[in-house]
Design a binder for this molecule. Structure first.
Ligand code: DX5
Ligand code: ZN
Length: 216
């Protein structure tokens, strides 16, 4: 069981959020993926600190926080006060990305950079040795339950080559439309971390699907 699996809480039943988090506590999930959206960088709003406070107080798993917000540097400290394992900002939303990454890392938290489906992985070359995680968006960010964009497999492959060429130990995370059908190809091409929302929460047996992704 070597793949890191981070269920995306956006697909959970928010009427029973506490129970959904307890279910994850009792599962083989590694981290809880938290999608923060601002209705500006992406065409959707999700949740902010009060909801994350509640998740954090119940969760026994570290949080993997994915900021889909403009100018994420405004809120870095707020999101570091949880049991945060990874804090991810978007390349497309950050003017001084290197500074933001340094700030995240200075708190002992893994720094992640996410890129949209249209963004070339080569745009990360100058910082690939400074970051801990690249989050490759395999759908357009904003909503869970979308179809996987197949070109993401090529992006994983190209990114993996760049990571090796730069002798970086950065991990590759894939986020959006991940399921048992595409996970194998993603892992074979170099993905380390699988985020999945609907594949886990909309299934009859979420814990079983988490194990499937871990073992694939
Ligand atoms: C999309 C989010 C994803 C999404 C994943 O903007 O970043 O984390 O919730 O959900 P699925 O796996 O259903 O695409
Ligand atoms: Zn996400």
């Amino acid at each position: 069981m070597s793949n890191i699996v981070a269920p995306s809480i956006l697909s959970a039943d928010f009427g029973s959020l506490g129970n959904e988090v307890r279910m994850l506590n009792d599962s083989d999930a590694d981290w809880i993926h938290i999608d923060v959206m601002d209705g500006h960088f992406v065409p959707n709003l999700t949740f902010g600190m009060p909801v994350i406070d509640s998740i954090n107080s119940i969760s026994k798993k570290p949080l993997d926080i994915h900021l889909m917000i403009s100018k994420p540097e405004r809120y870095i400290e707020d999101f570091l006060k949880y049991n945060t394992k990874v804090l991810t900002v978007h390349l497309e939303a950050s003017k001084h990305l290197h500074r933001t990454i340094q700030e995240i890392k200075s708190h002992g938290v893994m720094a992640g950079v996410a890129i949209n489906p249209h963004t070339d992985v080569n745009h990360l070359n100058e910082i690939i040795s400074d970051i801990d995680v690249v989050c490759l968006m395999s759908v357009n960010p904003g909503f869970s339950g979308q179809n996987f964009i197949y070109n993401s497999i090529n992006k994983v492959k190209n990114l993996k080559n760049n990571i090796i060429a730069n002798k970086s130990d950065c991990k590759i995370q894939v986020d959006g439309g991940v399921n048992a059908k595409n996970a194998k190809e993603l892992i074979e091409n170099g993905a380390d971390i699988l985020v999945a929302g609907n594949y886990i929460f909309k299934s009859e047996n979420p814990k079983k699907n988490i194990i499937t992704l871990k073992e694939i």
